[in-house]
Design a protein around this ligand. Structure first.
Ligand SMILES: Nc1ncnc2c1ncn2[C@@H]1O[C@H](C[S@+](CC[C@H]([NH3+])C(=O)[O-])CC(=O)[O-])[C@@H](O)[C@H]1O
Length: 330
């Protein structure tokens, strides 16, 4: 069974220690009641991932574990078969002992768009909300973060993360907790909080922004990446039914509207640092994710539209700071 006790030990003497008042009960409940049918199968995979420390590790330019020379071809095939049991792999890519986990998303491209704009992560305590398999968390750690905590409710992503962690270093201060943002108390502790690809899945986007703010220490930095549409301060798309075949998409604001929302939530220094239309090369079907992908979500006659006729996915990245807003009494 996946255990979180190492995380509890690691935060016991940190500024996250007040989380220990509520977290063990919530995760204990998850362990007792989590009913994902495949979890026992995935946990069996994790139990088999006993490999020596990698002879090479690059987390700065990619997630590359091992030179590819360390395992014989039989051992490599065995590892590849184990990792395939954890399919579909959506966020990556990972290079593991010569195996290329070619994920649905080129998450490295997102990192290349976002990372040049953020405050250096060296020595920072970081939260990644909706972290998926944890690809970006390893890149954050590679940038020198002191501790990286990711939250994501998906049991499969937790198992993919745990698999990669076992192959990198089980003691690494990088942790994924199977939680939704709504299960976090206001921690007021993180130096940097990332929310990438989550806001449009939230039914109440302003509450999401406030929950993110609650996790930051004063002066901490929010990195928010989400789907946007063209328009002014008052433009927001609420899809009538599905958006790009997804049935859990709620609010797609314009850049100007999202800036206003962030400022209303008392973030300061709000700036949009990148806008990008998702390309068919960035999100696609691969050997490791054989289900439908972006090409199936777009109008085959006009890829500037989704199959429902909405604008195709365009993503913006915002940076904002949690500061005390100046009032007239200040
Ligand atoms: N309530 C919730 N709280 C936290 N996470 C949630 C919640 N609901 C869903 N998620 C998780 O949010 C992630 C959204 S994907 C972004 C991954 C990564 N950040 C990326 O930027 O590539 C979407 C995308 O690819 O755009 C999924 O892993 C969900 O399980």
């Amino acid at each position: 069974m996946i255990s979180f006790s190492q995380f509890y030990r690691q935060i016991a003497d940190s500024n996250l220690n007040h989380w220990l008042e509520s977290l063990p009960a919530i995760l204990g409940q998850w362990q007792r009641s989590h009913k994902h049918g495949n979890l026992p199968k995935w946990e069996k995979v994790l139990a088999k991932l006993n490999y020596p420390a990698p002879d090479n590790l690059d987390l700065l330019h990619s997630v590359t574990i091992g030179s590819g020379e360390q395992l014989g071809s039989g051992e490599r095939d065995k590892l590849e078969n184990l990792l395939k049991i954890l399919s579909p792999w959506r966020k990556g890519p990972f290079h593991v002992h010569g195996i290329h986990i070619d994920t649905e998303w080129r998450s490295d491209w997102k990192w290349d768009r976002v990372s040049p704009h953020i405050s250096p992560l060296a020595n920072r305590t970081v939260l990644d909300v909706g972290c998926g398999s944890g690809y970006h968390m390893w890149r954050m750690y590679g940038e020198g973060a002191k501790r990286v905590v990711g939250i994501d409710p998906s049991a499969l992503f937790l198992c993919q993360f745990e698999a990669i962690k076992r192959l990198i270093d089980v003691e690494a201060p990088v942790h994924l907790l199977p939680l939704g943002i709504e299960e976090l108390p206001p921690l007021d502790a993180f130096d940097t909080v990332f929310s990438m690809g989550v806001l449009y899945h939230r039914r109440s986007p302003i509450d999401h922004l406030l929950q993110l703010r609650d996790q930051l220490r004063m002066g901490g930095e929010l990195i928010l990446e989400t789907l946007v549409v063209d328009g002014d301060e008052n433009t927001v798309l609420v899809p009538r039914d599905r958006y790009g075949k997804m049935n859990n998409v709620w609010y797609l604001p314009s850049i100007a509207a999202l800036k206003l929302w962030l400022e209303k939530c008392e973030f300061t220094d709000v700036r949009c640092v990148n806008v990008d239309v998702t390309s068919l090369a960035e999100q696609r079907r691969t050997e490791w994710m054989q289900n439908e992908s972006l090409v199936d979500y777009l109008d085959p006659n006009d890829i500037s539209l989704t199959v429902e006729g909405y604008p195709a996915p365009k993503r913006a990245t915002f940076i904002a700071v949690k500061n005390r807003v100046q009032t007239t009494e200040d």
